[in-house]
Design a protein around this ligand. Structure first.
Ligand code: XIL
Length: 422
């Protein structure tokens, strides 16, 4: 059950001042009214609008087992290879979007989000770009970012603008590539070009082996993101690929890593999760850590069945080759369903950040958003009413008879079933 709808109606009016934001939180608890979600995407969505996604290959969309699982379980997709530079610009200045459009259309027509992957990356470059250096390569890279981000403008939730630009090992520095040799400001140049081309997409830096907070590579990326935020470089999120295996095990400080980046003022996303052997405990740990960090928007696994994995011999995914749910699937779904509800008034939570990214209300009216945290036995609904360009003149949130309002601010309450300003 999705929880009972809360209804809103405008009322007459009293000015409530010139502030641009007035808010009420109706916190509603209904013992016994909620049931556990039965799919990964639905359960994630109930936790402050998070997503649970997967990498998708366009050529597999005609596989009925594959498509059935995709459409049933996931509410976000990442094209596995189809948006990469070699796929989208095979010859300089000739752009091809057939298979990437196919995935985007499949996803968006079913209400799934799309993560764009990846605009600028040293790997899977077309041969013509691999051969370039210096100013011509910088120009070609920026042209590529602009063209691809423009093609998909308005359709992408989050872009991996730059992928894997940091070196492995203990240096904490950049990876030596022909892109890096164009000048170390190439990363911020790519972010600025992406922002100009698609102003509403979240722009992410994405990398691997950045899960352990104590590792030099993690710290190097952290310093770059901190510097970008301080200087106003347009970055919104950091992607953690999280390809976990015996060499890169789940680190006990993973939650610290996520929360430390989030504290810089960026969202965090787990973008390519797979775990050697699909250890159910590690999978649950990753889910619990994401749920514990309000700015963790969601988790993407890097494929559906083990046979779809780029590391299929490691059997690292949630479904076996036949499309059956593995123990890791049950562990992930249980962790999602059992995740503690968050404080809905927490300023950094995903619902407030996503509502703030909505277009401003043009008139003097108000808009309302509801986010739901649901768990076995009840839910908390957070209702935020936001004024437009001028003060709002009174409104009412009416709440189902059976519900209790447990908290509110900037409001008065009348009875148990109304919260309003008037
Ligand atoms: C992998 C794909 O899964 C493979 O099909 C392809 O052959 C190579 O790339 N980091 C990334 C992803 O950012 O794009 C990579 O995907 C896996 C590692």
């Amino acid at each position: 059950m999705q929880g009972r709808p809360l209804s809103f109606r405008h009322r007459t009016a009293l000015a409530v001042g010139a502030a641009g934001l007035m808010a009420v939180t109706g916190a509603v608890f209904l013992p016994g009214s909620a049931s556990a979600a039965s799919t990964l995407g639905a359960s994630a969505a109930e936790r402050n609008g998070r997503y649970f996604g997967t990498a998708v290959a366009a050529y597999k969309l005609s596989d009925s087992v594959y498509q059935t699982i995709l459409n049933r379980e996931f509410n976000s997709v990442t094209p596995e290879n189809e948006m990469k530079w070699d796929a989208t610009e095979p010859d300089q200045g000739r752009f091809t979007y057939g298979s990437s459009d196919q995935i985007v259309n499949h996803a968006r027509s079913r209400g799934m989000k799309v993560r764009g992957h990846a605009l600028a990356w040293y790997s899977q470059m077309p041969p013509w770009a691999q051969r370039m250096e210096g100013a011509p390569l910088r120009q070609a890279m920026l042209n590529h970012v602009t063209n691809v981000a423009t093609h998909f403008r308005g359709q992408i939730d989050s872009w991996d603008v730059v992928n894997e630009a940091f070196a492995d090992g203990n240096s904490g520095g950049r990876r030596d590539t022909n892109l890096e040799r164009t000048g170390s400001d190439w990363i911020e140049a790519a972010f600025r070009a992406a922002r100009a081309a698609d102003p509403n997409a979240k722009l992410c830096y994405n990398d691997y082996n950045t899960d352990d907070w104590s590792h030099a590579k993690t710290q190097g990326v952290y310093r770059m993101v901190r510097d970008f935020k301080q200087r106003g470089v347009p970055i919104d999120c950091v992607g953690f690929q999280s390809h976990l295996n015996n060499q890169s095990p789940y680190p006990s400080n993973y939650r610290t890593t996520l929360s430390s980046f989030a504290a810089l003022g960026v969202d965090v996303q787990i973008t390519e999760l797979d775990i050697q052997g699909a250890n159910p405990t590690w999978y649950a740990n990753v889910v619990n850590d994401c749920l514990a960090v309000p700015r963790c928007n969601g988790i993407t696994v890097w494929g559906i069945r083990d046979s779809d994995s780029w590391r299929s011999q490691q059997t690292p995914l949630l479904f076996d080759n036949g499309g059956n749910k593995k123990a890791a699937y049950n562990s992930v779904l249980a962790a999602l369903n059992n995740g503690q509800p968050q404080d809905p008034s927490s300023p950094g939570n995903p619902s407030s950040s996503s509502s703030s990214s909505q277009p401003p209300n043009p008139g003097g009216g108000c808009s309302a958003t509801v986010s739901l945290n649901q768990w076995n036995g009840g839910y908390v609904a957070s209702v935020r009413v936001t004024a437009g360009s001028s003060p709002i003149n009174g409104w009412t949130v009416s709440i189902p008879q059976a519900a209790n309002v447990t908290n509110s601010w900037s409001t008065t309450r009348s009875g148990t079933n109304f919260a309003n300003v008037d």
